[in-house]
Structures are given as structure tokens and as C-alpha cells.
Write a protein of this length. Structure first.
Ligand SMILES: Cc1cc2nc3c(=O)[nH]c(=O)nc-3n(C[C@H](O)[C@H](O)[C@H](O)COP(=O)(O)OP(=O)(O)OC[C@H]3O[C@@H](n4cnc5c(N)ncnc54)[C@H](O)[C@@H]3O)c2cc1C
Length: 397
């Protein structure tokens, strides 16, 4: 088989690219080792779509911040066009003392004001979000009756949203498929060789030749890049354990709630109702080898304690449904400032690596658009289709 562009990996990154490329008159194939799309990190995460205070607090100047912030206004339209659920639950960031307050004050003034000014680097039109505000203790307790009462107030972000990322992945894939992208499921890339300026891709289902390769293999990105010496990044696999509770708990809590981690860092102290009506808490984080997806008792206990710390009067132990792990590719664990890597390695033209980490689902509406611009800048000829449908979906099989 020959295609103009082969995308290795049917996670949210590869699928966002597939959907964008389906607007052009070129042959594109997504190669995915699993029997469906979105089954790896895309479906083992916290399900939050950063829409306000969180995205705007990402380090200015990073691609991570740029793609997340530019994605903010795109989410509601995508959800409408592709018919997937997108719910604004809002985020309550608890203030326990003066230290929390000062941190949030700095964050609020630094990021929000900058981004809402028309000359801001990542300007967000005012109609695309509601301003973040400080709320007092009484308002927090009115909004979340079961919340820890030992607080002064909170920073409230009404924009924060949740989705089912697997459902979003499916929607991107089906739209790409409708518009002509091929999907090769149960197809694992075993080797890639350079052939002239193109590539020969060996899989368990035969060979594919491609002029351009998008490496969107999640935490396997290094293995795929190594085949053609295209590794222009380094990362550590960061494992997160998350615990889900049943609908009885989901009914009692309305917002995402978190506190800034202190002794708990690098773990997170955050919990939210999911789009399916359950409740989720975590995240216990560890640096470990990538095949270690064991759910430990220690991690589950940590997550139960997070839920109890935020909502002390609820009995969580009898409502656990499941705990699971997910891996993100983290580029800078020393400083805590992470950035995406989405670029063309210097010595391997016609190749793009996509390394996400935290908030990759949130940034997904922009990832494909960014990659298409990179492709165009190489001089690779792509022409827009006249019959592209932004709403069409065709089941992949
Ligand atoms: C614990 C945790 C919590 C998170 N919370 C959030 C959150 O709340 N909000 C948010 O926006 N982001 C969150 N993230 C980050 C987000 O999940 C990731 O940024 C995103 O899912 C990465 O997507 P991806 O497509 O790069 O990787 P993946 O989803 O892993 O996709 C890679 C795909 O490549 C395929 N593949 C790999 N090797 C091969 C091969 N050899 N041949 C064929 N196919 C191959 C895999 O099967 C997989 O389907 C979280 C991550 C974790 C771990």
C-alpha cells in the first residue's frame, strides 16, 4: 500500500492530525496497533478540558500553553459539529490560607488579564469564557455542601469542562474516515526504513510506503523515532493512578475541586464528577518503567485520601468502582515545566514527532492544525478538498 502521509498511532494526537488532513486531497492512513482508537493514554486520564484558569496558567511562551489556549474557543463548536458530550463543570480551587491566596492572586492577574487583552499573545475573545473570580467560604459551601469546611474561600473557574476523551477520539476518527482517511487497526509498526525521501513501514499486516510520517505513538514515540534516527527529544514516562467512584458519589458533587499540592507533590489533589455521572479522584504519580501498569494499594489509598481530604463527610470506601493507570510522556520533571514537542527533526525531513504530556487532550483541537502548518511549510503540496464535511462521521472497522 502507498499513502502520502502515514500517521503512526490512533490516540488523540494522531486522530486530531487525521481529521485536519482529511480536509485535503491526499491519501492518509492511521496505523494503530489496537483493535480500536483512543485506547491508551487518551482514555486513561483525568478527562478534564482546560478552559480557563488552568490553561492560562501554563508557562507563557511554551507550545503547551499556545495550543491549549488556542483550543479554548474550538471545543464547543467541535462538540456540536461532531456530536460528542462536552460539559462545563467549573473548577473550585480551594484557599486554605494566605499562601494559597497569594499564589492564586498572582496566577489570576498574570494570566487572565494578559490573555483577554486584544494585543495579548494568545488573545481569547471575551465571549469565549467567563472571567475567573474569587468566591468566599459561604459561596463555596453553597455550591458544594459536602466540601471541607476548613477553608477561607476559593478561586472559581466557571469554564473548566469535562468530556469522555475516548468518545472525542472516536468522533475525530469517524470524521476523518468519512472524509477519506484509511484506518489500519490491529496493525503494529515493527520497523521503519528511509527510502529516498520517503519511508517503508513494516507492520504485522504487511508493508506500507509513505512520503511523510507523523509519529504520534504516545509513550512509544521514542521507539518509532529510533527506527530512522529521528529522536530529537527526551522524556520520562510518568505514571498516574486514578480511582473512580459510583454515581451515588457523583450525584453529591458538582464541580472539579482541588488544592495546590504541598507535601503531596508531585502527586495531585484533585477530584471531579465525570461526564457519565461518576466521580473521579487522584492523581498518584510515579516515575517508573512504561510497562509497569500495576495498580498498587498505596496509590489507591492515596486517591481515597484525596477524596476524603476534599470531602471529609463522605464515605468513599464503599463506593469504589475501579482504579487504573495511565502514562504521560513528561519532558521536564526536574523543573515541573513541561512542554509539547511537535516538530520536524533536523536530519529527517518529511517526519514529524508529536510528544504530548499533560493536557494533550485539551490541546487536541489545535494539534492537527499546527501539524498541517508544519507540513505546508516543508513545501509538501496539499490542496483543500471541495467536498470536505466538518460534521460527517463514518464508523471505522
Ligand atoms: C494520569 C493522567 C491524567 C491526565 N489528565 C489529563 C486531563 O485531565 N486532560 C488532558 O487534556 N490531558 C490529560 N492527560 C494527558 C493526555 O492524556 C495525553 O496528553 C494524551 O492522551 C496523549 O495522547 P497521544 O495520542 O499522544 O497518546 P496515546 O493516546 O497513548 O496514543 C498513542 C497511540 O499509538 C499507538 N501505538 C503505539 N505504538 C504503536 C506501534 N508500534 N504501532 C501502531 N500503533 C502504535 C497506541 O496503541 C496508542 O493508541 C493525562 C495523562 C495522564 C497519564
Amino acid at each position: 500500500m502507498y499513502v502520502d502521509i502515514a500517521i503512526v498511532g490512533g490516540g488523540i494526537a494522531g486522530l486530531s492530525v487525521a481529521m485536519e488532513l482529511s480536509k485535503y486531497n491526499i491519501d492518509v492512513a492511521v496505523i494503530e496497533k489496537n483493535n480500536d482508537v483512543g485506547l491508551e493514554t487518551t482514555s486513561t486520564n483525568h478527562n478534564l478540558i482546560c478552559q480557563g484558569a488552568d490553561s492560562l496558567s501554563f508557562r507563557p511562551g511554551t507550545l503547551h500553553a499556545e495550543l491549549n489556549i488556542k483550543s479554548i474557543p474550538l471545543w464547543p463548536k467541535l462538540s456540536k459539529n461532531l456530536n460528542f458530550k462536552f460539559k462545563r463543570i467549573g473548577g473550585i480551587w480551594l484557599i486554605r490560607d494566605k499562601v494559597d491566596y497569594q499564589k492564586f492572586l498572582k496566577l489570576k492577574s498574570r494570566s487572565f488579564k494578559q490573555s483577554t487583552k486584544p494585543d495579548a499573545p494568545y488573545y481569547i475573545p471575551k465571549e469565549d469564557f467567563t472571567p475567573v473570580e474569587f468566591i468566599d467560604r459561604k459561596t463555596v459551601l453553597d455550591m458544594e455542601p459536602y466540601i471541607n469546611k476548613d477553608i477561607l474561600g476559593a478561586l472559581y473557574d466557571p469554564n473548566l469542562a469535562t468530556v469522555d476523551p475516548k468518545e472525542v477520539a472516536k468522533a475525530y476518527a469517524e470524521n476523518a474516515n468519512y472524509n477519506g482517511v484509511k484506518f489500519l487497526l490491529n496493525t503494529e509498526v515493527k520497523m521503519i526504513r528511509r527510502e529516498g525521501i520517503g519511508f517503508s513501514i513494516e507492520t504485522n499486516n504487511g508493508n506500507i510506503k509513505a512520503s511523510f510520517v507523523i509519529n504520534a505513538a504516545g509513550i512509544n514515540i521514542d521507539r518509532i523515532a529510533d527506527f530512522v534516527k529521528a529522536k530529537n527529544f527526551s522524556y520520562v514516562p510518568l505514571k498516574g493512578t486514578i480511582t473512580d467512584f459510583d454515581e451515588e458519589i457523583g450525584k453529591m458533587i458538582n464541580h472539579e475541586v482541588h488544592v495546590l499540592p504541598r507535601n503531596e507533590a508531585p502527586n495531585m489533589v484533585t477530584a471531579l464528577p465525570t461526564i457519565h455521572g461518576n466521580f473521579r479522584s487522584g492523581i498518584y504519580m510515579e516515575l517508573t518503567y512504561r510497562s509497569n501498569n500495576e495498580v498498587t494499594k498505596y496509590a489507591v489509598d492515596y486517591n481515597i485520601n484525596v477524596a476524603k481530604k476534599l470531602f471529609p463527610d463522605i464515605n468513599f470506601e464503599n463506593h469504589i468502582i475501579k482504579s487504573f493507570t495511565g502514562f504521560m510522556a513528561y519532558t521536564n520533571p526536574d523543573t515541573g515545566w513541561h512542554d509539547f514537542v511537535i516538530d520536524i527533526p533536523e536530519y529527517v525531513p518529511n517526519w514529524i514527532n508529536i510528544l504530548l504530556g499533560p493536557a494533550g487532550v485539551s490541546a487536541s483541537p489545535m494539534i492537527g492544525k499546527y501539524v498541517v502548518e508544519l507540513i505546508k511549510n516543508t513545501g509538501f503540496k496539499i490542496e483543500e478538498k471541495s467536498n470536505y464535511s466538518p460534521t460527517g462521521r463514518k464508523v471505522i472497522s
